[in-house]
Design a protein around this ligand. Structure first.
Ligand code: AMP
Length: 403
């Protein structure tokens, strides 16, 4: 299917062209016609599948067409998202896809002063993208009226529930008109999510895209066997030897992320961590700095990184392998997007061999094993050139570390 087959209006079609998309993704192909037809949608999909465009594009088209006939005032669409990062990204998508439509949108989230957000609302907006807590706060102060909403989107519902937003969301829902089109997206569907969807949606079309198990073919992947104690040195070595200007580095823990940042900063490499213990402001600063390239290395945990989308990211480094193999696919899917080349390096210690095995199984091929050329130079630094084979004895693999 092509975008031409989706019967989009010309300005949206042009905006998609500018983004460089050549074909709709499966979730877009399956959702857009139903949303355009006015149906409720229950989408089972995660970040990285193109789900934002799957709801933003048809909503923009419907709002644009109706606006030309009805000229009604008030908020026409409300999108709820779990985090500030995701809300901002959705807002950016509306800006990109809505070029030339003259549809006003704004984003609302906590952790910053409310002044600018209130001003934007008072100027009048068609679309509000919000995190639940701040929205409710502004509603209680009388700055937001939702009685004109025609479209209601809940994005990453599983995560919103995880974060304890259910009460806030239910309160917000009581202020929405009964008659509206509702789009509901969740990556997983445990029983409480199914029940919540059932209570909210009317004759929904269920749209599901398979959990990604094949990363983009454009991502070159390789693995280095390196013990935990040597990973920082290996990372420094790799950043230099591969002339990596910009990389997203993954760790399994918040503490691990902080440690990596500390050691990179100590050798003058600009880096920041992004994880659940950081304030919204710190996370946003780190992400903006990384996007505008003033920060060279962003170190993230998996949860915090959900929703991070950086244009033209060339390198992902798995400082630690994830326990869940699908997570590996998500991580490396941050690079090699939209046909660009991407490279993913992974470090595997003897304790992580089982994770690697699971990842290789999911990929249905073995990630290319690197010989240790870069580390050979590093190993010769502090130890007179001695390399030790260590651990992994049972696997018969060589792990390098200094004595
Ligand atoms: P999402 O799942 O909405 O977070 O989108 C993931 C990424 O896919 C974003 O970087 C989008 O810009 C990109 N994207 C969305 N739709 C397409 C498409 N049809 N072709 C190529 N890239 C896309």
């Amino acid at each position: 299917m092509n975008f031409e087959d989706l019967k989009l209006i010309e300005p949206i079609y042009q905006a998609i062209k500018i983004k460089g998309y050549t074909q709709p993704t499966p979730i877009q192909e399956k959702s857009i016609p139903h949303v355009l037809a006015g149906k409720d949608v229950f989408g089972v999909a995660q970040t990285g599948t193109g789900k934002t465009a799957a709801f933003a594009i048809p909503m923009l088209q419907l709002i644009y067409n109706r606006k030309n006939i009805e000229k009604k005032l008030g908020i026409k669409a409300l999108i709820l998202a779990p985090t500030r990062e995701l809300a901002i990204q959705i807002d950016e998508s509306f800006k990109d896809y809505g070029k030339g439509l003259n549809i006003k949108h704004t984003v609302i989230f906590g952790g910053v002063s409310q002044g600018n957000q209130v001003n934007a609302l008072q100027r009048g907006v068609d679309i509000v993208i919000a995190t639940p807590g701040r929205l409710l706060d502004l509603m209680n102060q009388g700055y937001v009226k939702l009685n004109t909403v025609e479209f209601f989107v809940l994005d990453e519902v599983d995560r919103m529930l995880d974060m304890g937003f259910i009460k806030d969301i239910k309160r917000i829902i009581t202020k929405l008109p009964l008659k509206k089109q509702t789009l509901f997206f969740s990556a997983t569907v445990p029983i409480e999510i199914k029940a919540f969807a059932d209570s909210l949606l009317t004759n929904p079309v269920q749209v599901q895209v398979a959990v990604m198990s094949a990363p983009a073919e454009t991502v070159k992947q390789s693995v280095y066997y390196v013990e935990k104690s040597e990973k920082t040195a290996m990372l420094k070595e790799l950043l230099e030897s591969e002339k990596i200007q910009h990389a997203l580095v993954f760790t399994r823990t918040k503490h691990g992320a902080d440690k990596v940042v500390k050691s990179l900063k100590a050798i003058g490499i600009s880096s920041e961590a992004i994880h659940g213990n950081k304030s919204q402001n710190a996370r946003q600063r780190a992400l903006s700095g990384f996007k505008d390239r003033t920060i060279r290395i962003l170190v993230a945990t998996d949860i915090a990184s959900r929703g991070i989308d950086v244009d033209k990211l060339t390198h992902v480094i798995n400082y630690e392998l994830p326990e869940v193999p699908e997570t590996y696919v998500h991580r490396i899917g941050r690079t090699g997007r939209a046909g660009e080349d991407g490279t993913a390096f992974s470090f595997c210690s003897s304790e992580e061999l089982a994770y690697l095995k699971d990842i290789n199984k999911l990929l249905k091929h073995n990630i290319k094993e690197m010989n240790l050329a870069p580390i050979a130079t590093f190993a010769s630094k502090g130890d007179g050139g001695k390399k030790s084979k260590s651990a992994g004895a049972s696997s018969g693999r060589k792990f390098y570390r200094r004595r």
